[in-house]
Design a protein around this ligand. Structure first.
Ligand code: ADP
Ligand code: MG
Length: 257
């Protein structure tokens, strides 16, 4: 058991390069239980890479990332951190929900079938129980009447809400959202943000990369600004609206607000 267990997510001095490109240059961030943290920052600043490292879709070069007190992708053996087996990594990954820009639902499965897929096949939940839980979740994201619809018959906003329900179905300790509305038509952005806001207020622990500052203001406990692979500023949403201190934050906000 680790001292940092009070944090659902604990990142300390994370570095990550792709070849010669040093993308993450010492990212440290702690996220507490029930906290919603929004990450903002210019394109290319490393936001997606950081989320992918948290979920161990990318291996970090140095530093540490723990989820619920366990180092992601590594385990301790004889006092040293050694790389974990793929099987353990997969199991750890089920603790983390990841909602992407693109929803990647199974096109040949209904909304309900998409949501029960992982609980049944990965968690071994009985089909009846998975269906009951999926129906509750689909109702929660406002799609109780669309459970038998195929993704192709749903709007982008509806598909993204199914994707959120699908992630929640695994009862993750932590939800990661990577610009979940940036690929959507503006008229359906709000319905997805509303669902995320409800999750935040219900106490879901979430890290959300987004430039939707209205959402951040309503839902975030904290906002962090990433720039060139480091966090350059962090504070309350009000801080970012009213008195950002860093020049680059001011420039960035003046462009998106
Ligand atoms: P953001 O999400 O903030 O826009 P990314 O994390 O996607 O930024 O990318 C940060 C930098 O890392 C960019 O320059 C991007 O081109 C580069 N990058 C991301 N993934 C890879 C990869 N798999 N291979 C090489 N370069 C990558
Ligand atoms: Mg990105």
């Amino acid at each position: 058991m680790n001292a940092s267990f009070e944090f659902v997510m604990h990142a300390d001095e994370v570095h990550k390069s792709f070849g010669l490109l040093h993308v993450l240059r010492g990212v440290s961030l702690d996220v507490r239980l029930r906290e919603t943290v929004c990450i903002i920052g210019t394109s290319g600043s490393g936001k997606t890479t950081f989320l992918r490292c948290i979920n161990h879709l990318e291996k970090i070069d140095s530093g540490l990332i723990e989820v619920n007190g366990h180092p992601i992708g590594y385990r301790e053996r004889k006092g040293k951190l050694v790389e974990d087996r793929e099987r353990n990594i997969s199991r750890q990954r089920t603790e983390i929900g990841f909602v992407f820009q693109r929803f990647n639902l199974f096109p040949h499965k209904t909304a309900l079938e998409n949501v029960i897929e992982a609980p049944v096949h990965v968690r071994g939940v009985s089909k009846d129980q998975a269906i009951a839980e999926a129906e509750t979740l689909l109702a929660r994201v406002g799609l109780g009447d669309k459970k038998d619809a195929y993704p192709g018959k749903l709007s982008g906003g509806q598909q993204q809400r199914v994707a959120i329900a699908r992630s929640l179905a695994m009862k993750p300790a932590l939800m990661l959202f990577d610009e979940p509305t940036s690929a959507l038509d503006p008229e359906v952005t709000g319905e997805v943000l509303d669902v995320m806001e409800e999750l935040a207020h219900a106490g879901t622990t979430m890290i959300v990369v987004t430039h939707e500052m209205g959402f951040a203001k309503r839902a975030a406990d904290r906002v962090v600004m990433m720039d060139e692979g480091v966090i350059i500023e962090e504070g309350s949403p009000e801080h970012f609206f009213e008195s950002p201190t860093h020049e680059r934050t001011k420039t960035f906000l003046s462009k998106i607000l």
